[in-house]
Design a protein around this ligand. Structure first.
Ligand SMILES: [Zn+2]
Length: 310
């Protein structure tokens, strides 16, 4: 259903100046508390005031939070060598901080912190119990289960990292403001998330695969980062366009992703047919949502942001 500009309030700044960018195809499982599907109306919107792109309607923040307590996804296990954001952040931390405190928001099993070496006091915030246990086994001090609990500690740290976190918060500016309060003077925040300004995203609009995940509700971009930093007492040090994971087949993946996306734009039914053929050929070993947008691997559709506390 198309809605006129101004009918939907931005979940972050509250202004009713959002414009509808396009429908979102939601992958299975997106239901509200009453079990009713909210897929039909899901669309991508852009706030003209703060430049945030957001999913509307979206699951309430409490439901999203409970999903992270129990949920898991194959993509949540990591190979550090393939993660561009991790590698860049690791080199930055080593170059600016010889010793000190590093907090990973959404540290999962502590893999990122563990690879930093023994010169740092390593802290994690993680809602998932199994992941917390795994992180503790790697020597990570778990501070809290969520950001609220973390901020209530009232302590300050040298560096806070948050990889693939802001897209799960309906109010990413609110998150940034809270994290800034937990930073020591001249401390750094390093975050990564999808970049809604990236070319593939602008081509696919609400049909970009990153939007189809029901727990992805907010989508940032360089204009959003610049205004959010101003409002949260931070200076933007750098913004780098990155690919989430780099493999040696990157260029092949980019071309394949382009072709699959073009076919998807013509008709999701064609993609469904290709998937059915693939499933038959591989003896049904691929479990997937048949109408989901194809993942466009290898493209620089993420942003790595470094901000310093003023
Ligand atoms: Zn806004």
């Amino acid at each position: 259903m198309h809605r006129a500009v101004g009918m939907v309030a931005c979940p972050s700044c509250g202004q009713r100046t959002a414009e509808r960018i396009g429908a979102i195809y939601s992958t299975a499982g997106q239901k509200d508390a009453g079990g009713k599907s909210i897929d039909d109306e899901a669309a991508l919107w852009r706030c003209r005031e703060c430049f945030l792109l957001f999913r509307h309607p979206a699951l309430p923040q409490e439901e999203l939070n409970s999903f992270y307590v129990t949920g898991s996804r194959p993509g949540w296990s990591y190979q550090p060598a393939l993660r561009t954001d991790w590698q860049t952040a690791k080199h930055l931390i080593h170059s600016v901080l010889g010793r000190g405190t590093v907090v990973d928001i959404g540290c999962f099993d502590g893999t990122f912190l563990a690879q930093l070496g023994s010169s740092y006091e390593k802290y994690g915030v993680e809602p998932n119990e199994k992941a917390r246990s795994a992180a503790r086994e790697k020597g990570i001090h778990i501070l809290a289960r969520d950001v609220e609990e973390f901020c209530s500690l009232g302590r300050q740290y040298d560096i806070i990292v948050a990889f693939d976190v802001v897209e799960h918060f309906a109010d990413p500016l609110g998150l940034l403001v809270k994290l800034e309060r937990s930073l020591a003077p001249r401390g750094l925040i390093i975050l990564s998330s999808g970049n809604a300004d990236a070319l593939p995203w602008r081509l696919m609009k609400g049909r970009y695969w990153y939007c189809s995940l029901p727990d992805h509700v907010s989508f940032i971009s360089p204009p959003w980062v610049r205004q959010a930093a101003r409002k949260s007492n931070l200076t933007v040090i750098s913004m780098t366009r990155i690919s989430h994971a780099i493999t040696r087949f990157r260029y092949l993946q980019v071309v394949a992703g382009f072709m699959m996306s073009a076919i998807y734009l013509i008709s999701p039914h064609l993609i469904r047919m290709l998937r059915k053929i693939k499933k038959a050929v591989t003896a049904g070993r691929i479990a997937m949502d048949e109408f989901a947008p194809p993942v466009w691997r290898g493209v620089k559709d993420h942003l790595l942001v470094v901000c310093e506390k003023k």
